[in-house]
Ligand binder design. Structure first.
Ligand SMILES: *Cc1c(COP(=O)(O)O)cnc(C)c1O
Length: 456
């Protein structure tokens, strides 16, 4: 039977173009309730085949109103980037080619594209030349993979082979973490069998940066991993990595730089190259489609010891890079292809401009919101703005109102015990006009909610 590619792919292309072209003006938040989405998309289990083109049409109709326009220049929730044209198109082709990028033998071009992208990334971030790289699903798995390598290495130095003997009976590992680390660090430690009680929280300063004076007394007490951070998820603050690495020479220093690492391309973070591993996301600030994370280690042997797999039916070649040696997946999508295209399309200067523009837009937000009477809580040194729009109750209500109003979308948080709106500027298209329109929408919502409060 001749497959009909034209029908469903043509429909998908048409829907894609409509979506992308309307992105700058469509409401940013979702409007459909879960019950409505279930009704539109649900129904009986299909008992037989359907027409692929009609399925694509029905799917695209069904999700309408349930999509959050995270690719919009006025989406500021969590830390989520959009997708650049080159990375999106390359990602489509990665799907069309449908390569299993685990093994060189199964996907030579995908393996080489990733090898090249890996070299470019190491150069962009200024990491040591021997740095090993893995293409994972996100920051969570990047932290997991790096910490698996760290677990192997600190125990190897203590005379214990964790890959063979596991953790039962192993020397204890102390994991020194900033008090404001990202929750994925805790989760990675759970996945790794270390558990969250292995963590020793290290005091941070007012912006969430690990304090070297608080770290120093905790060092030198057996196998130790230090989890530092480049880019606090609330404030954007970057830990003093140079000081941390100088102090923790006997420990494995991991840097969670899910978004902050990208800032080192234009404004080098001092001492970053002295760490032992780094995690970052391509789906955040590089604006590559989901899902795409990156893990780097300065110790390829430890990285491979923790991740690699050999089986009798697999084909390996000492001269070739098998991606599965560097990530926890076995079979997997060739997600490095989109990363490669993104880097080629932006180049070093494009990445620097993208990051600088987002930071400038975050500053613009802070300035304008301050002028409008809001309270900016953090030092806006990167792309994150924490703003308070009245008391806790009013702030929370405004966050909800802004999400419903549709001009822009930002999420809420509780920071140092106080409710705040979190604004993260991570999209490659965000312009001054987007910021101005968003500030207007936020101020309007504040006025409406304030009026509602006085009415009781
Ligand atoms: C987003 C983020 C993560 C988790 O990354 P995912 O891609 O969502 O898995 C980890 N650390 C920090 C600092 C982050 O901002």
């Amino acid at each position: 039977m001749e497959p009909d590619w034209e029908g469903p792919l043509g429909e998908a292309y048409a829907r894609a173009m409509t979506y992308l072209q309307n992105l700058p003006e469509r409401p940013v938040g979702a409007s459909a309730a879960a019950s409505e989405l279930r009704r539109r998309l649900g129904g009986e289990l299909p008992q037989g085949p359907g027409n692929p083109t009609q399925i694509i049409e029905a799917l695209a109709d069904g999700v309408e109103g349930g999509l959050v326009a995270t690719g919009s220049g006025r989406f500021f929730g969590f830390v989520i980037g959009g997708a650049t044209p080159a990375s999106l198109a390359a990602d489509w082709l990665a799907t069309v080619w449908d390569q299993n990028a685990g093994l060189y033998a199964a996907a030579p071009a995908a393996a080489v594209v990733e090898e090249i992208a890996a070299e470019w990334l190491v150069e962009l971030f200024g990491l040591p030349a021997q740095t090993s790289v893995g293409f994972v699903t996100g920051g969570q798995m990047a932290n997991f993979t790096a910490l698996a390598a760290a677990r192997y290495d600190v125990l190897r130095k203590a005379g214990w082979d964790v890959e063979a003997d596991g953790l039962i009976g192993a020397p204890a590992i102390r994991v020194l973490v900033g008090a404001e680390r990202h929750d994925t660090v805790d989760r990675a430690l759970r996945f790794l069998g270390l558990g969250t009680r292995c963590m020793v929280p290290i005091a941070v300063d007012g912006q969430g940066r690990m304090r070297p004076d608080a770290l120093a007394p905790e060092l030198g007490q057996g196998p130790t991993i230090v989890c530092a951070q480049a880019g606090n998820v609330n404030t954007g603050a970057i830990d003093p990595l140079d000081d941390i690495c100088e102090l923790a020479t006997d420990a494995w220093v991991h840097v969670d730089g899910a978004f902050g690492l990208w800032s080192t391309v234009g404004t080098p973070i001092r001492g970053i190259e002295k760490a032992d591993s780094w995690a970052t996301d391509a789906h955040k600030w590089l604006n590559v489609p989901y899902d795409s994370g990156l893990v780097f280690t300065a110790h390829p042997e430890a990285h491979r010891a923790a991740m690699s797999v050999r089986a009798s039916y697999l084909i390996h070649d000492a001269e070739k890079r098998d991606p599965l040696d560097y990530n926890p997946e076995f079979s997997r999508r060739a997600r490095g292809i989109a990363v490669y295209a993104a880097i080629r399309a932006l180049g070093r200067s494009g990445i620097v401009e993208l990051v600088d523009r987002c930071c400038a837009m975050a500053s613009r937000f802070a300035e304008q919101l301050r002028e409008a009477g809001a309270d900016v809580l953090n030092d806006v040194t990167l792309n994150q703005v924490l703003v308070r729009l009245g008391d806790d109750d009013l702030t929370r209500r405004v966050v909800t109102a802004v999400q419903q109003e549709g001009t822009a979308w930002a999420s809420g948080t509780t920071w140092h015990g106080r409710a705040a709106m979190r604004i993260s500027v991570s999209n490659w298209t965000t312009s001054a006009i987007d910021v101005d329109r968003s500030v207007e929408a936020i101020t309007r919502c504040v006025e409406i909610e304030q009026a509602r409060s006085t009415q009781g």
